[in-house]
Design a protein around this ligand. Structure first.
Ligand code: 3PG
Length: 231
């Protein structure tokens, strides 16, 4: 297994980009033919990043096309439920792996292969499982249904170092508050590119909504300054 230091090095570049972008568009795409126009819309809107969820038959091919046509984009795979899917995603060009839950088999595979991995957590027990694997950043999912920012602050409080990517129910209204919490690296969300907009090929609409999201990030409070940020 790779050492923690090696994995940290592999994570550093991806994390730095996530911290700069502050939003990870979460993409559900059926038709791989939509992948490149979608990625172009996100890039033109100012977000050169996408998490392609592996919950559609076309996801793998979509990721492959994005990686080939937009190699500078930070493209990852989401909804990765098995080590095999992780391997397929990386083969298709994924630069990071996201999962809805904490699956030790997926996490171990990624650590062994030095692939940045952000498993989903929503309890202190799961945070400790992540810490036990040497992970420094996890997805907080499903952020809003489980209790939102107050709940995240409560479960994060005992743990000094771990950082979070809240995802699930994030929208333009609640995004700035999440980004104001210093333990939040970036937020994931589908609001700027929902599946039905992609299927309807509304790429101009996606670009416009992405531009608005980027403007929100620009105007968001500096981390640690949001109301009630206590940890
Ligand atoms: C997901 O995995 O679908 C993400 O959590 C996206 O959630 P959202 O559609 O609420 O942004």
């Amino acid at each position: 297994m790779a050492t923690s230091n090696m994995v940290r090095a592999a994570n550093r570049d991806v994390l730095a980009r996530l911290r700069t972008l502050k939003i990870v568009p979460v993409i559900v795409i059926d038709d791989p033919k939509d992948a490149v126009p979608l990625a172009t819309a996100l890039i033109e809107g100012g977000l050169s990043c996408a998490e392609i969820t592996f919950r559609t038959a076309g996801a793998r091919d979509a990721l492959r096309q994005i990686a080939a046509q937009h190699p500078s984009m930070l493209a990852g795979a989401g909804t990765v439920l098995t080590p095999r899917q992780a391997a397929e995603a990386v083969d298709a060009g994924a630069q990071f792996i996201v999962a809805p839950g904490f699956n030790p088999a997926v996490v171990d595979y990624c650590l062994e292969h030095e692939i940045p991995v952000y498993p989903g957590i929503c309890t202190p027990t799961e945070i400790e499982m992540a810490l036990g694997k040497g992970l420094e950043t996890v997805k907080f999912f499903p952020a809003e249904p489980i209790g939102g920012l107050p709940y995240l602050k409560a479960i994060a409080a005992p743990y000094g170092s771990i950082a979070f990517m809240p995802t699930g129910g994030i929208n333009p209204a609640n995004l700035p508050n999440y980004l104001g919490f210093r333990k939040v690296v970036a937020c994931g969300g589908s609001w700027m590119a929902p599946a039905d907009w992609i299927a309807a090929k509304q790429f101009g609409r996606i670009r416009a909504e992405t531009e608005k999201a980027v403007a929100l990030v620009r105007d968001a409070p500096v981390a640690g300054e949001s109301r009630g940020a206590t940890a």
